[in-house]
Ligand binder design. Structure first.
Ligand code: MCA
Ligand code: AMP
Length: 491
């Protein structure tokens, strides 16, 4: 375990002349060597330091995937500045909460996207920073970085409906990267096609850091686009691909020849962030000739479990705990359970975050004697394979993005005429789950108005697929809504 600059030096310095990254930049496709990536981030570090950023300060970014996120990430890591990624799909309410909580010195964004931020927010334009860095001298990495230095605050929805900032340290990222590179046999000869958003741990923690740790080649794309993905595979011929189940579902739309062709040059397909349906795994295997490797992680812990590279990749299971992670299945009182018994997963290791930013209450509730309570319910078989069975809370995962019903319910209750609201996840073949809202209202609901109100405040993936009017919500004697008793929505 080490700091991010030390981990990255194995590629940035030792493989300085190797081509590292291919992406669009200033309207054209460009290739950069590891040495150039190193220099870019050193120069940007100089600019950020000149703008007053010092170790421990927070700097947010609100950007779709682009080269400058890599520059920013490395520059901040070298300065000990804490990065706060903000999902570009977030809107007013989500953004205000993160800004108020993380108190970043500035937000790096584009002129167009800066419009999403409340007046008074210090926004730094990404293109201006980039131009300024072109002419800047190279700054040195600050002294005193260690594995315990915070590298990022990554916001993850809490059961209260308000997102909490998981404090992820340099050691969290480096220990995770070292494990994945070893376990998934990633080497400098790999070609990694990066389409997952860099504002989440899957794309950033796994993707960018496996690239830095292995010194492989990365092609960075703005996002996954089902219309262009086959062209990407054909042109780039990646050996390595990371996706969420929705992406694999979309890939199944390929015809047989295309699927075989893609399968021939790709070495490893990895899935995570949401359950991979066994049927997708099997259909994909038949079409592409690969058993997708499913792994399980969380923002707070990075990766916990992974199916093996060699050995059985078991359908429906997320595999055994990674070697650097200790995992227990425990009951409500925290007592260890036996093999095959259903309980909550607790984890401990260098992968687990340092707690929640400014939330001692939430940190105390999640950590017990150094163990982190994941909130995920599952079983471990005698051979160590873990199978997830849901969550303690009513988290909905749609296309790999998390949704806490409470956040939508609270906003619905603020709308005129809405007396009660309950949001549940319903199965969706492509996105895994989608939210559906049940409402008790005074008179008819104006769905268009509700949708507009939600869209102005929350990310579009949180917009309910349907609004269902009911006379009353089923409740327990204590008044708690019994979501499983709501009438089934049939689409
Ligand atoms: C989706 N949209 C985006 C992006 N992805 N906009 C900007 N950047 C993106 N990366 C918007 C679209 O504009 C559209 O918005 C809506 O989302 C649906 O997009 P569409 O292309 O129709 O959807 P799709 O074909 O179903 O694909 C969606 C997706 C996306 C690409 C699979 O859901 C996605 O990128 N998911 C990955 C999420 C992720 O990385 N999660 C990791 C967190 P509109 O509706 O307004 O038109 S969990 C984690 O990190 C833990 C540690 C873990 O275990 O990994
Ligand atoms: P996040 O808070 O966005 O980091 O999401 C983490 C949650 O995603 C975990 O607590 C799990 O509930 C879920 N998750 C991640 N990987 C998997 C997987 N392979 N199968 C099922 N659920 C998963």
């Amino acid at each position: 375990m080490t700091s991010i600059p030390t981990l990255a030096a194995a590629s940035l310095r030792d493989r300085a002349t190797a081509v590292a990254l291919e992406c669009d930049h200033r309207g054209e496709s460009h290739q950069f060597t590891f040495g150039e990536i190193d220099a870019r981030s050193d120069r940007l570090a100089h600019v950020l330091a000149a703008r007053g950023l010092v170790a421990g300060d927070r700097l947010a970014f609100y950007l779709a995937n682009r080269l400058e996120i890599v520059d920013l990430w490395l520059a901040c890591a070298k300065l000990g500045v804490i990065v706060v990624p903000i999902n570009v799909l977030y809107r007013d309410r989500e953004i205000r909460h993160i800004l108020g909580d993380a108190e970043p010195k500035a937000v790096v964004t584009t002129a167009e996207q800066a419009a999403e931020f409340p007046a008074g927010t210090t926004c730094w334009m990404v293109d201006a920073l980039d131009t300024e860095a072109d002419a800047a001298p190279r700054a040195a990495t600050v002294d005193g970085l260690s594995e315990a230095t915070p590298a990022a605050l990554v916001y993850t929805s809490g059961t209260t409906g308000l997102a909490k900032g998981a404090i992820l340290t340099h050691g969290n990222f480096t220990s995770n990267a070292e494990a994945l590179v070893r376990e998934w046999r990633i080497t400098a000869t790999d070609r990694y096609l990066a389409v997952l958003p860099l504002f989440h741990v899957h794309g950033l923690g796994n993707g960018v850091h496996a690239w830095l740790a292995s010194g492989c080649h990365m092609r960075l794309r703005e996002r996954f686009d089902r219309a262009t993905i086959v062209g990407e595979f054909d042109a780039y011929q990646p050996t390595l691909f990371f996706g969420v189940p929705t992406i694999y579902h979309r890939l199944l739309e390929c015809d047989g020849d295309t699927a075989r062709r893609i399968g021939q040059h790709t070495r490893l397909f990895v899935s995570g962030s949401a359950p991979l349906p066994a049927q997708v795994l099997e259909t994909f295997h038949a079409a592409f000739g690969h058993v997708i490797l499913e792994r399980y992680g969380m923002t707070e812990t990075l990766m916990n479990c992974s199916n093996p590279y060699a050995g059985e990749r078991r359908a429906g299971s997320v595999g055994p705990a990674l070697p650097h992670v200790q995992l227990r299945v425990r009951d409500e009182q925290g007592a260890d359970l036996t093999d095959d018994a259903l309980g909550e997963l607790w984890v401990r290791g260098p992968n687990v975050c340092a707690g929640y930013w400014k939330r001692p209450d939430a940190t105390a509730a999640a950590f017990v004697d150094g163990w982190f309570r994941t909130g995920d319910i599952g079983v471990r078989a005698a051979d160590g394979y873990v199978t997830l069975h849901g969550r303690r809370s009513d988290l909905i995962i749609s296309g790999g993005f998390n949704i806490y019903p409470r956040e939508i319910e609270e906003l619905l209750l603020e709308q005129p005429g809405v007396r009660e609201a309950s949001v549940v996840g319903v199965a969706d073949a492509a996105r895994g789950e989608v939210p559906v809202a049940y409402l008790v209202t005074d008179g008819p609901v104006d769905e268009a108005r509700l949708r507009a109100a939600l869209a102005s405040q929350l990310a579009s993936f949180k917009s309910p697929r349907a609004f269902v009017r009911v006379d009353a919500l089923p409740r327990t004697a204590l008044g708690k809504v019994q979501k499983h008793l709501l009438p089934k929505w049939e689409g």
